[in-house]
Design a protein around this ligand. Structure first.
Ligand SMILES: CC(C)(COP(=O)(O)OP(=O)(O)OC[C@H]1O[C@@H](n2cnc3c(N)ncnc32)[C@H](O)[C@@H]1OP(=O)(O)O)[C@@H](O)C(=O)NCCC(=O)NCCS
Length: 192
């Protein structure tokens, strides 16, 4: 059994020089994840990811309440990853939402993910957050295990079912059979 070193990182605000490469990398990683999760079509994923990124970070690093950091090993000062969080009011609470956390590929599996998440939680507390929230894609066991081991609990379960294309010659009968003959009135509002 290999013993993992206990890592410690400091979070430095990202600089304007570092930002463009990080933004492009984050948008492309987000697009890939959305495609892998089955949410988005591959052809339009990158464009959609850029739209979302620019909507969330319209002023880049100067966007209010958005914090993008470079994580550096506390001893050597070497850059090992990045962290992006937003501080926002959500349901009457101040929440730190983690939009992106990444350990550079050559450092993954070496304890830096844990260290960045712990440093991020401390920074979030310092910024007034009462809770930290994030989304983890269903395929990302590594990230899920990390969050679970840090004490995160599952707040939602978002599910999907891929539907087989309907055969055109069967379309009318299949739909008629599938619609129940009762009127269903929902008292629940839209899911936002
Ligand atoms: C997810 C990520 C941030 C984790 O950082 P890391 O430095 O690789 O992880 P650590 O070495 O700190 O491991 C922390 C925990 O993660 C889990 N973990 C790490 N590697 C794992 C693997 N290969 N499989 C399953 N779980 C794993 C374990 O629970 C581990 O706990 P341990 O330290 O008790 O073994 C990193 O792998 C990464 O950047 N991945 C690509 C980007 C990404 O997926 N970001 C998350 C988006 S939600």
């Amino acid at each position: 059994m290999t013993i993992k070193p206990i890592r410690s990182v400091r979070l430095d605000p990202m600089t304007a020089d570092e930002y463009p490469a990080w933004e492009a990398h984050a948008a492309s990683g987000y697009a890939q994840s959305q495609v892998q999760a089955g949410h988005w079509a591959a052809e339009t994923a990158l464009e959609q990811a850029w739209q979302d990124t620019r909507r969330l970070l319209p002023l880049g690093l100067a966007t209010p309440d958005q914090h993008v950091w470079v994580a550096r090993d506390a001893e050597s000062g070497a850059a090992v990853g990045t962290l992006w969080i937003a501080i926002r009011r959500q349901g009457g609470r101040t929440e730190a939402y983690i939009y992106d956390v990444e350990v550079d590929p050559e450092h993954q599996g070496g304890g830096y993910g844990r260290a960045i998440m712990e440093a991020g939680a401390a920074a979030a507390r310092g910024l007034g957050a009462e809770v930290v929230a994030l989304n983890v894609f269903g395929f990302n066991d590594r990230a899920y295990n990390l969050y679970k081991s840090l004490g995160y609990v599952v707040a939602n379960r978002h599910m999907r079912l891929e539907l087989q294309p309907q055969r055109p010659d069967r379309a009318s009968t299949t739909v008629a059979a599938a619609v129940p003959a009762v009127e269903v009135r929902s008292t629940v509002g839209p899911i936002l």
